[in-house]
Design a protein around this ligand. Structure first.
Ligand code: ADP
Ligand code: MG
Length: 395
């Protein structure tokens, strides 16, 4: 039994499974699997620079209630949307339901690995907000693959599941995500963050106590169109920085190999824009490592200050923030109950992540909602999250 499943959500999905498949000839009893959404505490835009990230899995999850069939048919019911989709394992053409791309992408990876499954029927849904930056897509992919691995005894370990789920999103869905989302959803642990080395994929857990402080996400509800073009430009600028710095040290393969001091030393040669980008990245990679030391020391105040530093860097040096995100972070600066706040994710919209004293959370949310409405005339959804264990079977 796990502590953090949302029983109401789960029993609703089970009920819907029973309703939708009541006439099914399938004999097998359904099993239930859970994959959580994820947050990233610190380490933003460091992944493609081969640095560190610090994600964790949270108490909002996708659930699959699933049973194997004797034929080659896959019958899916999306509980939250009340939509169905059926396909044959032998026909993986793009589906008419957009959400089914995630399931098909997983089947395709299973085929590509040369693994054999039969058809199955499943009802799925959950409480990870869609498109809000908690990576509901990764939760969906990891949950189905983990479930199929158990139901059909495919023999995959968690690491293989993560890599296949990432490839599924890259190849079939067509989103060039890194590995962090699937990794966090699959490897998360209760009250711990994961320091993931995006170069070696080595990882380590650090304690993140949840007794006195909670994490609250504030969703700006905006997504500025700059996001994609700026992402590509930033990647190019980082590559340019590496190319320039390699002239001084041929061992440099990525900004991971560069210290903030080296960046400062070659400021003129880098040019102001590339210098600013490299400064942020090299400092951020260092910040993740120092933040982990804060957690070992039990110093959440110091950790929170680093969240603010990250935001400053993203706002003024990496230039991927936006007025809505900056506003939300600025609001917290005068709130002693908030230890840290920053934009989370690629930028130009999405959520801020806030480290807030437990007994001030309701007041915090009320103040933030009020201020955001006054400034932007937008309702501000807030999500309280606890760090809980990663993907598992619900018994
Ligand atoms: P994010 O991963 O940031 O939440 P994405 O756009 O990558 O946002 O993935 C969201 C998509 O995943 C949704 O549009 C939907 O197709 C699918 N999805 C996620 N969770 C569910 C769910 N509970 N029910 C149906 N579809 C879902
Ligand atoms: Mg996604």
């Amino acid at each position: 039994m796990i502590a953090e499943q949302n029983n109401e959500t789960l029993s609703h999905i089970s009920d819907q499974y029973a309703r939708v498949f009541k006439d099914s000839t399938t004999q097998a009893a359904p099993r239930t699997f859970r994959s959580p959404g994820r947050i990233n505490l610190i380490g933003e835009h460091t992944d493609y620079n081969h640095g560190f990230v610090l994600p964790a899995s949270v108490d909002k999850a996708v659930y699959f209630v699933i049973a194997p069939r004797e034929d080659d048919q896959v019958l899916l019911h999306a509980v939250d949307l009340n939509e169905d989709y059926q396909f044959s394992l032998n026909d993986l053409s793009k589906p008419s339901q957009t959400w089914a791309v995630y399931q098909l992408s997983i089947i395709e990876q299973i085929h590509k690995k040369g693994l054999k499954i039969k058809g199955f029927q499943a009802a799925f849904g959950g409480d990870v907000p869609l498109g809000a930056g908690l990576s509901s897509s990764a939760a969906l992919e990891c949950c189905l693959l983990f479930a199929l691995n158990e139901v059909f005894e495919l023999g995959l370990d968690r690491f293989e599941i993560v890599k296949m789920a990432q490839k599924a999103e890259n190849e079939y869905v067509g989103v060039q995500c890194g590995i962090m989302d699937q990794f966090a959803s699959t490897f998360g642990q209760e009250a711990s963050v994961i320091r993931l080395d995006c170069r070696s994929l080595d990882y380590a857990y650090f304690p993140f106590p949840m007794e006195e402080y909670r994490l609250v996400l504030c969703d700006t509800q905006v997504k500025h169109s700059l996001a994609d073009s700026a992402y590509n430009t930033r990647r190019q600028e980082c590559e340019q920085g590496v190319a320039t710095l390699r002239e001084f040290d041929p061992n440099i393969a990525s900004l991971r190999d560069v210290s903030p001091e080296l960046v400062a030393q070659h400021r003129d040669k880098l040019g102001e824009a590339v210098y600013m980008r490299c400064k942020y990245i090299t400092e951020e990679i260092k910040r993740v490592e120092e933040g982990c030391q804060d957690l070992v020391d039990g110093d959440l105040k110091s950790f929170g200050r680093k969240m603010y530093e990250t935001h400053q860097g993203l706002q003024h040096e990496y230039l991927v923030s936006c007025p809505e995100l900056d506003f939300l972070v600025d609001q917290t600066l005068s709130m002693p109950e908030v230890l840290g706040a920053r934009m989370m994710g690629g930028g130009f919209g999405g959520c801020t992540i806030n480290l807030v004293a437990v007994n001030h959370i309701e007041a915090f949310e009320a103040k933030m909602k009020d201020a955001y409405r006054q400034a932007f005339n937008i309702d501000l959804p807030c999500y309280k999250v606890r760090i809980t264990e990663g993907t598992n079977e619900v018994m």
